[in-house]
Design a protein around this ligand. Structure first.
Ligand SMILES: [Ca+2]
Length: 241
């Protein structure tokens, strides 16, 4: 009997197995494929400059308006784990102080009535701030500065969805020599096939550590006289912890 451990990571509807932990920063920035609008435009600093991937460019609302806001439409609803706000370059970083970030699916009050994720404190010019929204779900991400005679400028808004992950252990029987890269690869293929047969799809399975051989216990809890070396019997997600 062999024992192995692998990392079980879910990406949206798909299932992945990987040897490396995944963090939101390593995921796709959903904002890059979104659409933006803001309450007013200070030419030529359009709302889309806040999602162009360039921290040197920034959006800006018109000079001195009340409650200026900026909205990102992700085109679908996501569980959002993290938002990274980058302040504009060159000057005026303090203008972003007190900005509120809202997430939700409603367009009531242009989306500004959706639940609030965070309120920015003091942010200096060109500074990036990470906001962890605890998996709040929504299609729209709004940034609003409450108050009169305000200007809202944003260099970048990055949005990362929540990643579900868990570590699992499996026990299985196999006659393959897992120390041999070719045979361990064959074993992964067999296990992948077994998982697919259990209904999983769109995943990759790799080792986080090579299997360790263990002696099966007898019914009384003592090691058996001889360890079976049978053909692979299959793995399933039910064997995961
Ligand atoms: Ca930009």
């Amino acid at each position: 009997m062999w024992v192995f451990r692998c990392l079980f990571v879910l990406y949206g509807a798909g299932v992945y197995f990987t040897t490396q932990a995944s963090t939101p920063q390593q995921e796709e920035n959903l904002a890059l494929r979104g659409k933006t609008v803001q309450s007013s435009n200070y030419h030529p600093y359009v709302a889309a400059y806040a999602i162009d991937g360039q921290p040197s460019t920034f959006s800006s609302t018109a000079a001195s308006t009340d409650n200026p806001w900026w909205r990102l439409d992700l085109l679908d609803s996501y569980h959002i784990a993290e938002i990274v706000i980058t302040n504009r370059v060159s000057c005026c970083g303090e203008r972003l102080n007190g900005a509120e970030i809202h997430i939700g699916n409603s367009l009531e009050n242009n989306g500004n009535n959706n639940p609030r994720c965070a309120v920015l404190g003091a942010v200096v010019t060109a500074q990036s701030v990470s906001l962890f929204c605890g998996g709040m779900r929504g299609r729209y991400v709004n940034v609003i500065i409450p108050g009169s005679q305000k200007i809202l400028s944003l260099a970048e808004v990055q949005v990362y969805k929540k990643v579900h992950q868990a570590v699992m252990s499996l026990k299985f029987n196999s006659s393959l020599n897992v120390a041999d890269p070719a045979e361990s690869g064959k074993l992964l293929y067999q296990m992948t096939t077994a998982l697919i047969s259990k209904g999983h799809s769109n995943f990759t399975l790799t080792w986080t550590k090579l299997p360790q051989k263990v002696k099966p216990k007898s019914k009384q809890g003592n090691p058996a006289k001889s360890a079976p070396s049978t053909a692979f019997t299959g793995a399933s997600s039910q064997g995961c912890s």
